[in-house]
Design a protein around this ligand. Structure first.
Ligand SMILES: [Zn+2]
Length: 268
């Protein structure tokens, strides 16, 4: 069997393939070992005094599926010993975290897929339990949302001619309102703050000094007085723009009132 091709497909350069064992119609086990014989000691960072001390029970690590089959790597747990530091350690693999049952690539792929579909669908595609994909996805969402938030703030802070948007939105069926702060040029959400009253807005600005460091050229918002007061305090130089959606709403409302008042006095 051309293990070399399979190795290419696995995309795990640190491993060599020894045997491919079909387990069932939809599952295959691949026995692998590290390509190198020794590994640096984690203390002295050298492999000079490192020797192998035998293997513990091998690990099963699920990797990306291939040709519709679930792929499980059978990975030796190799005990190592550094005679210079007098410590023992087990072989560290790059493709999988310690004690993890899924390879890094598998985790990434499963989480990515869950982004664009559902966890159940991703689980089906990756041949893993839905609960596992859910967990992987949640892990990634946390990291990803932090990264995107950092990126959005960086863009807003460095932006020339920054235009901010502030708007409230209802949660709990309209009983509670929160405020979203957007960078309208980059079309990103910068932050969400609870409430829409002046005291909520003040509290936000007080606890988020980087917000006050922004230099917006203009701020777009509805006609709520609290927003206008708040923004004129935070960014006295910024132009305050009443957004078209709300102005439009008020114009229509006023027009209806006039129509209601005069329609009975006019001929059909
Ligand atoms: Zn050592």
């Amino acid at each position: 069997m051309q293990n070399q091709y399979i190795k290419e497909m696995l995309d795990l350069p640190e491993l060599q393939i020894h045997q491919i064992v079909p387990m069932s119609a939809d599952e295959v086990h691949i026995e692998v070992t590290p390509v190198t014989y020794k590994q640096d000691c984690p203390l002295c960072q050298s492999d000079e005094c490192v020797i192998r001390k035998g293997n513990n029970h091998p690990r099963k690590v699920q990797h990306l599926p291939a040709f519709g089959k679930k792929v499980v790597l059978i990975v030796p747990t190799i005990r190592m010993h550094c005679s210079s530091c007098e410590i023992g350690f087990v072989w560290m693999y790059e493709f999988v975290g310690p004690k993890r049952r899924y390879s890094h690539l598998f985790r990434e792929r499963a989480a990515e897929q869950a982004f664009s579909s559902t966890a159940a669908h991703s689980a089906l595609m990756q041949q893993a339990p839905t609960s596992t994909v859910h967990r992987l996805h949640n892990d990634v969402v946390l990291v990803e949302s932090e990264r995107l938030s950092k990126q959005a703030w960086k863009q807003a802070t460095e932006s020339i001619g920054l235009v901010l948007g502030g708007d409230d939105f209802a949660i709990r069926k309209g009983h509670t309102y929160n405020t979203g702060i957007h960078d309208l040029k980059w079309e990103t959400l910068l932050d969400l703050l609870s409430g829409r009253k002046l005291e909520n807005l003040w509290a936000y600005a007080q606890w988020h000094p980087h917000f006050l460091q922004l230099e917006p050229k203009a701020v777009v918002m509805d006609l709520a007085k609290a927003y206008h007061t708040w923004i004129s305090e935070c960014f006295p130089k910024a132009i305050r723009i009443a957004d078209r959606f709300h102005v439009h709403g008020y114009v229509i409302e006023a027009l209806q009132e006039v129509r209601n008042a005069v329609q009975s006095t006019l001929s059909p």
